[in-house]
Design a protein. Structure first.
Length: 296
């Protein structure tokens, strides 16, 4: 059996740092008079190394936007503006062009504007044309006549509320240190591993009036992210059935399923908490959404 720490990622230490910083939400909410802004920042992580090894760079820019844009949705904000930071040891025009094309595509999918960024050439910091990416997204909370409609997560989450899952497009941009270790042990990389992160803007915004909480399933997996939007001490029932590629990856890891669910999205990139009385509206609007569990 392999652990995430065996792949070089110490989740407990990361959690300790996050608690020390006092961070809890998916973004920072800033209130400027009658305007509420939500700011989020993220990167693509070691999925970049898979792109390097396959030699394909036109999708990771979508990942970069998705990781940030999906986070601001968890606060009821529609993505508005995006900035990127691209650092490399040596500028490679072909690679750079593909990366930036993906960022532009990601912004189009998220419905936000690419308003600026920074490209830094840092020889000595990165070997050759190796690189790193970071993104920054600003979202705006919906309002009507200066009265805010959708401040989430809401405080009225109760026992019996349902947990609705919206499928992921794959592992998104998390858990790749472990994925790379597993695949290096068993098989060569597959293009599937570069499937870009699904962007959920239209789905979430279309049902926001029915939703009590939104959890973007990123680093920390299902059990590291869903509790972030629930009242402290809230329990939930969420039996996850691993199928297809996810079952194969789980079998390769030989992990206990709960530990596996603490790393990966396991096929569910967004989780919504919805009242039983309003879940029908959500399922009718988001055709591939599924009720997965409930608040205990």
């Amino acid at each position: 059996m392999i652990s995430y720490k065996d792949a070089g990622v110490d989740v407990k230490e990361a959690d300790r740092i996050v608690k020390h910083l006092g961070m809890s939400g998916f973004g920072s909410v800033i209130r400027l008079g009658n305007i509420w802004l939500v700011l989020s920042t993220d990167g693509v992580g070691t999925k970049l190394l898979v792109a390097e090894e396959i030699g394909k760079f036109d999708t990771i820019g979508i990942d970069l936007v998705a990781m940030c844009a999906n986070d601001v949705l968890c606060h009821g904000a529609r993505p508005h503006s995006f900035l990127d930071y691209y650092a490399t040891g040596h500028l490679n025009f072909r690679k750079t062009k593909q990366i930036l094309k993906g960022i532009v595509t990601g912004c189009e999918l998220a419905g936000c504007k690419l308003v600026g960024g920074e490209t830094a050439e840092l020889p000595g910091m990165y070997d050759g044309d190796r690189f790193d990416l970071a993104g920054f997204c600003m979202g705006i909370v919906a309002r009507r006549d200066m009265n805010y409609l959708y401040e989430i997560p809401r405080k009225d989450i109760v026992t019996g509320d349902l947990i609705v899952g919206i499928p992921s497009s794959g592992p998104h941009s998390n858990g790749y240190s472990l994925i790379r270790k597993l695949y290096n042990s068993y098989v060569n990389y597959e293009d599937y591993l570069l499937t870009p992160t699904r962007i959920y803007v239209e789905e979430v915004m279309s049902v926001l009036r029915y939703v009590k909480a939104v959890a973007h399933i990123t680093g920390g997996g299902i059990h590291g992210n869903l509790p972030r939007v629930l009242p402290e001490g809230t329990t939930y029932n969420l039996p996850i059935r691993l199928e297809g590629w996810w079952k194969e990856l789980h079998d390769m890891s030989k992990m206990e399923q709960h530990e596996f669910e603490c790393i990966f999205n396991c096929g569910w990139g967004m989780l919504l908490v919805v009242s039983k009385d309003e879940v029908t509206e959500v399922l009718e609007e988001i055709k591939d959404a599924v009720v997965l569990g409930d608040i205990g």
